[in-house]
Design a protein around this ligand. Sequence first.
Ligand code: FES
Length: 166
Amino acid sequence: MPEEKDKANQQSNRGFTRRESFVKLGLGSLASAGVGVAVSGYEFLSPNVLYEPSPITDVGKADQYPQGSVTADPKAGIYIIHGPEGFYSLSAVCTHLGCLTTWAPELGKSGLIACPCHGSKFDLEGTKVDGPAPRPLPWFRMWISDEGNLMVDRSTTVPARQYLRT
Ligand code: FES
């Protein structure tokens, strides 16, 4: 008789162990499903935005740009030009297919802005003089900050020959 009782207990223990392992397996599945729902819910609720750098660039003090200078800022994609009429900023991005232009002082009478991609060339006021570019280089708004620095807003164009006088 005790042997039968032991056998029943063993079966009962085995059944309980199996049940317990199913419960643990179920809880594990629920937990991993919960984590999946939480992660996808967070991704769904977080804003899907592209963080871009500000279009406003501080290009420093005016006295670092001597009269007649053409200064490229390739990182910002602009030129700071100190002409006889004052300061102005041109886009350095070619209006053909968007290549970054370079200042070539050896070209033309007083230098040209040249595009390395398809050969467009622009004079110092951004007017196209050669190549396939369909439009002149745009002029960007410039002003002087409260700290006395030259500022350029690459998101705002102004009519050509709108100079900043300091
Ligand atoms: S991108 Fe400048 S000429 Fe084509």
